[in-house]
Design a protein around this ligand. Structure first.
Ligand code: ACM
Ligand code: ZN
Length: 524
């Protein structure tokens, strides 16, 4: 049986029409696809079948041809005795056909029956996010994630570049951000120093690599919360000019960027202006999640600013903040994205053109999407890769389709797609990352790519054996086993307990003591 994940739109075996014998004698007739994309396929062939395609003409051929019109990610692959003919209106479509062909070769070997595949993605946005702020992942590991995204036909890499626990991207105007802000004195488990950052040249290298696999890169600078690493470098960014270390422990931090000082907006715009030329794909994520307003309520700068602007409260102040940053990005041709964490109730202060990445489905979801706001579904728990399989197992993720209920067809188009975030509070290395990401990413890729009518959990399960072989062929060493991804009741409880035990480290007591300190400071 041929097993492909994500399931193609249509797939017909042409019985009695012969077998294509795939070998080093197969000529590669390519007028369309880049050398880098071809090399990706050649590498797969040499690693798994110990040969590469070298001929450009011959009796047996694999031909890649661009057609005039259509969805550039869709493709048609027609396999007969003498030819594998691939056509698409875009290079991405041809590239995806080769990803499909990899899976056919793995499940059938080199003798491929005649068949026709017509394939087309359900959603234009199919994303994966990596949080490199909690733990740093070097360039080679990022490239491996990108390789795996391509195999899954995912096309957006969301690079969560800054966190309380580390600033990971070089900003020449503010060198302390990486000299100091990229290192924390110790991790909360293991108590080891940890650090790392990407130079701007490395960022360019990653973006170019992603583009060679038809993946867009969306950087995220998370603000106004999750900024303790920057505050540690430049205390004046915070409300009370606090001297804080780069965070060592998890949890929602109470010291965030001060929204009442012009100097904060200058810093933010300077940082964005340095990054903009590195990220040509037109989207910029500006965070917005878990920004507690505790300091803003006490801060004389924030309070004066709030009154001056005629804002009702600190929630509106954050909406003003996000919109101001959005406008700066828009002037340079960018679309902004933000988390809708805290179920933000959008007022006129929050620009409608900011795309919402949904971590929840608050009650204003329908009214916002019908009023024209674009969204990406990343709802927790189903799409949060870091959460234990005991909370949300593989089947539940698979069956949790991303569409927004109770909206009309036109508004449904404002849902761009879905994205699976890998938060790394508890993911210190590739071993754990593999465990969290696979096989869950297979399920997520399928619900992002394949229309519900063309897929089922039963069929998906049948494909998992070949899927694990694909993962192994692509160098994924530690995926969760099916037993781990579909835990029984007892095992599920065990995972949850383990995870919750770790949540206890959320530094609640430390925050309480710290809050009292700031209160005293404010009342002086
Ligand atoms: C989030 O889960 N912090 C968006
Ligand atoms: Zn302030």
């Amino acid at each position: 049986m041929i097993h492909i994940i994500p399931e193609p739109k249509s797939f017909f075996l042409q019985k009695g029409k012969g077998i294509f014998h795939f070998s080093a004698d197969t000529a590669l007739v390519n007028t369309a696809l880049s050398q880098a994309a071809i090399e990706d396929f050649q590498k797969f062939l040499s690693q798994n079948f110990h040969f590469q395609l070298s001929k450009t003409a011959g009796d047996m051929q694999l031909s890649l041809t661009l057609t005039e019109e259509g969805n550039p990610e869709a493709y048609r692959m027609d396999i007969s005795e003498k030819e594998i003919s691939v056509t698409s209106a875009g290079e991405a479509g041809l590239f995806y056909a080769l990803q499909t062909l990899k899976q056919i070769l793995l499940s059938e070997g080199l003798e491929i029956p005649s068949l026709v595949i017509d394939d087309c993605p359900l959603y234009p946005y199919r994303g994966f996010m990596l949080d490199v702020g909690r733990y740093f992942y070097p360039v080679d590991e990022i490239k491996h994630f990108l390789d795996m995204m391509a195999v899954h036909k995912l096309n957006v890499f969301h690079w969560h570049l800054t966190e309380d626990q580390g600033w990971r991207v070089e900003i020449k105007k503010y060198p302390r951000l990486t000299e100091f802000g990229s290192k924390r004195s110790h991790t909360n488990f293991g108590h080891k120093p940890h650090g790392g950052f990407y130079t701007q040249d490395e960022v360019r290298e990653v973006v170019a690599y992603a583009h060679s696999k038809y993946i867009k890169v969306i950087p995220e600078i998370d603000m106004p919360g999750h900024m303790q690493s920057a505050i540690a470098c430049y205390p004046e960014l915070s409300c009370f000019d606090r001297n804080l270390p780069v965070a060592t422990h998890w949890g929602v931090k109470h010291d965030i960027l001060c929204a009442g000082k012009e100097s904060t907006y200058r810093f933010v715009c300077d940082v964005l202006d340095e990054l903009i030329p590195l990220f040509p794909d037109g989207y910029f994520h500006i965070g917005g999640d878990e920004a507690v307003k505790m300091r803003w309520k006490l801060c004389p700068h924030c309070q004066a600013f709030l009154k001056e602007m005629g804002l009702k409260d600190e929630e509106e102040l954050q909406q003003y903040f996000m919109s101001r940053v959005n406008r700066h990005l828009k002037e340079q041709g960018f679309t902004s994205m933000m988390w809708n964490w805290d179920s933000v109730e959008a007022t006129e202060w929050l620009d409608r053109d900011i795309v919402w990445q949904m971590c929840g489905m608050p009650k204003n979801t329908q009214s916002e999407i019908m009023a024209g706001r674009r969204m990406v579904n990343s709802v927790s728990f189903p799409y949060y890769l870091d959460l234990p399989y005991g909370w949300f197992n593989l089947q539940k993720t698979y069956e949790n389709t991303p569409e927004i209920p109770n909206i009309d067809e036109t508004s449904a188009k404002n849902l761009l797609g879905l994205e699976a975030p890998l938060w790394t509070e508890y993911v210190p290395n590739m071993k754990k990352a593999d465990y969290c990401t696979y096989p869950r990413l297979g399920a997520i890729a399928e619900i992002a790519w394949t229309a519900p009518a063309n897929r089922s959990w039963e069929h998906f399960q049948q494909k998992l054996g070949d899927y694990y072989r694909l993962l192994s062929a692509c160098g994924v060493k530690h995926p969760a086993t099916l037993k781990q991804a579909m835990p029984g009741t007892l095992r599920a409880k065990g995972y949850s307990l383990w995870f919750n035990r770790r949540q206890l480290h959320w530094a609640g007591l430390h925050n309480l003591i710290d809050d009292a300190k700031v209160k005293r400071l404010a009342s002086k």
